[in-house]
Design a protein around this ligand. Structure first.
Ligand SMILES: [Zn+2]
Length: 485
C-alpha cells in the first residue's frame, strides 16, 4: 500500500499527523463538517473560517439529484461545492442504515466518486447495527469486504491520486471487528470505523471505545482512522487518545436545528441558558434571550456557527495536549462531564498493554487528577521497571518520607521509587495532592511494594512509614519490618 499519512507527534494513542490528499495536506486529528449539497446553509467555503481543513459530503445524494449529478460530472465535485479544500464523500451507507435500502450498487457509486474527483472515496459498506447476532454481522461483513475488494480493484486500476477509504464493520463483535480491520488495512488509504452512530447516539461510549481498540490492536499504526459519525466535541479528546484521526460533524447542524448548543462538556438546551459559556463571535455578540427571540432560520445559522467554533476550538485543545504530552490529563478532566465517558475510560484499562505500545515513555510532567490517573501506562511501566532494578545491599531502607535518607521511597500510585529516580519522569515529575490522595493510589502503590519485596525475598527491608500508610501496609512478606513514625 502507498503511504499517505505521516505521524508527527504522539501522546497516549493519539497523534498529530499529516494526511496527503489531491487537494493538499490535512493536519489530523481533523474534523470534517458534513455538507448537505441539497440544503442552503453554511457554505463549504465558509467552513474555512471555523478552522475546517477538509469536508465531507454525500455522493449518493449528489448522484440521486440529477441537477447536482450533471454539474458534478461536468465540472467536478469541488466546483459543485465551490471549494478548494479536500472533500471526502460518503457512499449511501448512512442511508442504507437509516432506510434499510439504497437504489445504487457498489461499482456505480465508487466509479461515480472517482469521476467527480472526490479526495476520499468510500465504497458502499453495510453498517450492521450494534448487538446484531453473530451470523448476521458476519454475513454483512463478508458482503462489505467483497465490495471493498471490488472498490480497490476499480479504484487502483491506474495511478489514481484519489484516496480510498475501506470501512471496518462487524457490529459489536470484537473478533469480527479485528478480522475486518486485518483485511481492510490492505485495501484502503483511510480506515473508517463504521456502524457506531447508534452507539454514540445512546452514549454507549464504552462500546465504541472497545471497538476502536479492537481495531487498533490489529491495524498498522500508520493507518489514519476515521470514527464515522462522531461529531460532538465532548468525545474528541477521548477518541483521539484511543488513536482516531478523523471525525465528521453533522452534529453542528442537527443540534442547531433542535436549538441545542454544543460544549466540550456536553449539550445545553438554548431554552435553559441564561448565559453563553463561550467567547466565540456569536456568543460574544448575542445573549441566549436574543437568540430565542430570533426567527428560526437566523437562529439556526448562529447556533450552527457557535457549534462549529466550539468544535474546532476543542480540537485545537486536543492537539495542543498532544504537543504538551498532557492528553491523559485532558481526557481525565473531560470524562468527568458524563458517567458514560467515565465508563468508557474505565473500559480502556483492559487495553493497557496496547496503550503502552503507543504512549511515549518520556514526558515532562505527570499531573495526578484522580484515581483514574493510576491506570496510565506510565504507572504500569514504572512498576515493571522497578522490579528489574538490582538490589545489592543486604539491609535496605524504604521511606514514605522524602526527608529521610533511604535507598528507596514509597509514593502513592508509583509504589517503590529508587532514590536515584526521585528526579526522573514519571515518579520524580509527578504533581500530586499533598494529602488525602484517593485510596486506589495507596492500594496500587502497596501492591507494587509487595511484588518488589517478594521478588527480593533474600534481602531484608526496613520500611519507615508515616501514619497515613497504616491501613494499607498490611500482609507484607516476612523480609520487611515497618517502623512507624
Ligand atoms: Zn459560542
Amino acid at each position: 500500500m502507498r503511504q499517505v499519512f505521516e505521524i508527527l507527534h504522539k501522546d497516549a494513542m493519539g497523534r498529530i499527523g499529516k494526511l496527503e490528499t489531491p487537494h493538499g495536506s490535512v493536519e489530523t486529528p481533523a474534523l470534517m463538517p458534513v455538507i448537505n449539497p441539497n440544503i442552503d446553509f453554511i457554505t463549504p467555503s465558509e467552513m474555512k473560517k471555523f478552522g475546517a481543513e477538509i469536508l465531507i459530503t454525500n455522493s449518493y445524494i449528489i448522484y440521486r439529484t440529477s441537477k447536482l449529478r450533471e454539474k458534478a460530472l461536468k465540472n467536478g465535485l469541488h466546483s459543485l461545492l465551490g471549494v478548494d479544500l479536500p472533500v471526502m464523500t460518503d457512499s449511501g451507507s448512512y442511508q442504507l442504515m437509516v432506510y434499510g435500502d439504497v437504489e445504487i450498487d457498489n461499482r456505480t457509486i465508487v466509479e461515480f466518486q472517482n469521476r467527480i474527483g472526490s479526495d476520499i472515496v468510500v465504497p458502499l459498506d453495510i453498517p450492521t447495527p450494534p448487538d446484531a447476532d453473530f451470523d448476521t454481522a458476519r454475513n454483512d461483513l463478508n458482503i462489505t469486504l467483497e465490495r471493498e475488494r471490488e472498490a480497490h480493484q476499480i479504484h487502483f486500476q491506474n495511478d489514481n491520486p484519489l484516496l480510498l477509504a475501506a470501512p471496518v464493520q462487524g457490529s459489536t463483535h470484537p473478533e469480527l471487528r479485528r478480522k475486518s480491520a486485518e483485511e481492510v488495512q490492505n485495501l484502503g488509504d483511510v480506515i473508517p470505523v463504521g456502524g457506531v452512530v447508534p452507539l454514540l447516539d445512546t452514549y454507549r461510549f464504552a462500546d465504541v471505545a472497545k471497538i476502536i481498540l479492537e481495531v487498533k490492536s490489529v491495524i498498522s499504526p500508520i493507518k489514519p482512522i476515521h470514527l464515522f459519525g462522531a461529531g460532538h466535541p465532548m468525545v474528541f479528546s477521548l477518541f483521539t487518545a484511543l488513536g482516531c484521526d478523523l471525525f465528521d460533524s453533522a452534529a453542528y447542524a442537527l443540534y442547531a436545528k433542535d436549538d441545542r448548543y454544543l460544549t466540550p462538556y456536553g449539550t445545553k438546551k438554548l431554552a435553559e441558558l441564561q448565559y453563553f459559556p463561550c467567547s466565540c463571535p456569536v456568543c460574544l455578540s448575542h445573549t441566549p434571550e436574543e437568540l430565542r427571540r430570533m426567527d428560526k432560520k437566523e437562529r439556526q445559522m448562529l447556533m450552527a456557527e457557535h457549534n462549529l467554533y466550539v468544535s474546532f476550538e476543542e480540537l485545537r485543545r486536543v492537539k495542543q495536549a498532544i504537543r504538551d504530552n498532557t492528553l491523559f490529563e485532558l481526557v481525565e478532566s473531560r470524562i468527568r462531564n458524563h458517567p458514560s465517558l467515565v465508563a468508557a475510560w474505565r473500559a480502556v484499562r483492559k487495553y493497557v498493554a496496547l496503550m503502552e505500545k503507543y504512549d511515549p515513555t518520556m514526558k515532562k510532567v505527570f499531573f495526578y487528577t484522580s484515581a483514574d490517573s493510576c491506570s496510565r501506562p506510565a504507572i504500569s511501566r514504572h512498576h515493571e521497571r522497578v522490579l528489574r532494578i538490582d538490589v545489592e545491599k543486604e539491609g535496605v531502607t524504604i521511606s514514605t518520607d522524602h526527608g529521610i535518607a533511604a535507598d528507596f521511597y514509597l509514593k502513592p500510585v508509583f509504589g517503590v521509587v529508587p532514590a536515584e529516580m526521585l528526579e526522573v519522569y514519571p515518579a520524580g515529575h509527578a504533581e500530586m495532592p499533598e494529602s488525602d490522595v484517593e485510596i486506589e493510589a495507596f492500594l496500587i502503590a502497596v501492591e507494587g511494594l509487595r511484588k518488589f519485596l517478594a521478588y527480593h525475598r533474600d534481602k531484608k527491608f526496613r520500611i519507615f512509614a508515616s501514619e497515613v500508610w497504616r491501613e494499607y501496609l498490611k500482609d507484607l512478606p516476612e523480609n520487611a519490618v515497618i517502623i512507624w513514625r
